[in-house]
Ligand binder design. Structure first.
Ligand code: SF4
Length: 334
C-alpha cells in the first residue's frame, strides 16, 4: 500500500512559483517521506524546511512558523484547504491512497444486510474510490447516497469536525458506510447523525460496525459531564492553531461559567496533552473549544473531565442532553 505524494507536481510547482524557502508540512504518518520530499524541493531550487510539530489537519496550517522562518511557500500534505484567506502562499497536496477498497467493502456487506439505503462517506485519501464503492454497493442491490453540503471540497468527504456531507443525506439513509482507516471518523459520523455506521477499512481489508464503541463513548461522555458537576475551577482551552482558535467562544463559555459562580481561566496552548494540563493542579475540569479528537480519542488520558462546548452547556443547564444529541456532539453552539 502506498500514497500518492505527487512528487512530479511538487517539482513542477516549485519550478513554476520559484519560492526561496519552502515549509513542508506533513501529517504524522507521512513524516518518514519528509527527507525525500525535501530533496525534491532543494533540487527544484528552493531551501526546504520541514515542520516537525504534530499536524492532524488543515486546521493546523503552519502559517506562523512560515512567517517566523520567512518561508514564501507552504506545501501542506494530506488535507484539503480549510482556512480561508491565508496570507502565505500554500500548495495543498491531498495524498490519495493506493489501496484496493474491494475486499473491505465486500466484507462490509454482511453488516449492511438488513438495510437498503446506504450513505457513503470517506476522507480525502479515498475520495477517488467513492465511485467504485458505490458500484460495489449497487451491484449488491443497495441504493447509495453521497451528500454534498458544500462545506468540503468533495461530495462525501468528512472531517472529524465536519459531518455536514453525512447530515445532508442522513434523512434519506438507514446506515452509513465509512471507507477509510481508523474509527474516529465513523464514530463521529454515528454521533453526528445518530445512524448506525459501518467501517470498511481498506488498509486492514476488514469491516466492522461501530455501535459498541459509540455506546461506550456516550456513556463516557455522560460520565464526564457528571464528574464535572462537582468542579469549581475550570480551565477553558484556547488552541493556538490557525483553524482551531476560538477565543470568542472560549470567552463566552468563561462568562457563562462565572455567571453560575464558578471560576474559569482561559488557557492558551498549541498542543493539548495530559502533561500540559497536569501542570494546572488547581483546575478541576477543562473545556475543549477545539478539535473534537481530544474529547473522543484522548479524553480518558487526561484524568480530569474534558468537556466540549455543548457538554459544558448541558452541565450549566443551558442545553438538554437530548438536544446535545440532536445538535451535534462537538459542534460549538455559542
Ligand atoms: S478534526 Fe481536528 S484535526 Fe481534523 S480538521 Fe477538525 S479540528 Fe483539525
Amino acid at each position: 500500500m502506498s500514497f500518492d505524494l505527487e512528487e512530479n507536481r511538487l517539482k513542477d510547482e516549485i519550478a513554476k512559483r520559484k519560492p526561496k524557502t519552502v515549509l513542508l508540512q506533513l501529517p504524522e504518518g507521512l513524516k518518514p517521506a519528509a527527507p525525500r520530499l525535501a530533496s525534491i524541493v532543494q533540487e527544484a531550487g528552493a531551501l526546504p524546511i520541514v515542520s516537525s510539530d504534530p499536524c492532524y489537519g488543515a486546521c493546523d496550517l503552519a502559517v506562523s512558523a512560515a512567517k517566523i522562518l520567512g518561508a514564501d511557500l507552504i506545501v501542506h500534505y494530506g488535507h484539503t484547504p480549510m482556512i480561508p484567506n491565508v496570507d502565505v502562499p500554500t500548495l495543498y497536496i491531498e495524498v490519495r491512497a493506493h489501496v484496493s477498497v474491494k475486499e473491505a467493502v465486500t466484507n462490509a456487506l454482511q453488516y449492511l444486510e438488513s438495510w437498503k439505503k446506504i450513505g457513503l462517506i470517506t476522507t480525502v485519501q479515498h475520495i477517488h474510490q467513492l465511485d467504485e464503492t458505490k458500484r460495489l454497493l449497487e451491484n449488491a442491490g443497495k441504493t447509495v447516497f453521497v451528500g454534498d453540503a458544500g462545506k468540503q471540497k468533495y461530495a462525501g468527504q468528512v472531517l472529524g469536525c465536519d459531518f455536514s456531507n453525512a447530515k445532508a443525506v442522513s434523512d434519506d439513509v438507514e446506515v452509513f458506510l465509512f471507507v477509510g482507516g481508523g474509527r474516529f471518523h465513523a464514530i463521529g459520523a454515528a454521533l453526528a447523525t445518530e445512524k448506525p455506521t459501518v467501517i470498511a477499512d481498506p488498509y486492514e481489508q476488514i469491516a466492522y460496525p461501530v455501535h459498541e464503541q459509540v455506546r461506550r463513548i456516550l456513556m463516557q461522555r455522560w460520565g464526564n459531564i457528571s464528574a464535572a458537576k462537582v468542579a469549581k475551577n475550570f480551565g477553558v482551552l484556547v488552541i493556538l492553531k490557525s483553524g482551531q482558535m476560538r477565543l470568542q467562544r472560549a470567552i463566552i463559555i468563561k462568562e457563562k461559567l462565572e455567571k453560575q459562580g464558578l471560576k474559569a481561566t482561559l488557557l492558551a496552548l498549541r498542543e493539548v496533552t495530559p502533561s500540559a494540563l497536569m501542570q494546572f493542579s488547581g483546575v478541576d475540569a477543562f473545556v475543549n473549544t477545539a478539535c473534537p479528537r481530544l474529547s473522543l480519542d484522548d479524553s480518558p488520558n487526561f484524568g480530569k473531565p474534558l468537556l466540549s462546548i455543548n457538554e459544558t452547556l448541558v452541565l450549566l443547564g443551558e442545553m438538554k442532553w437530548e438536544e446535545l444529541l440532536k445538535n451535534g456532539w462537538f459542534e460549538n453552539a455559542t
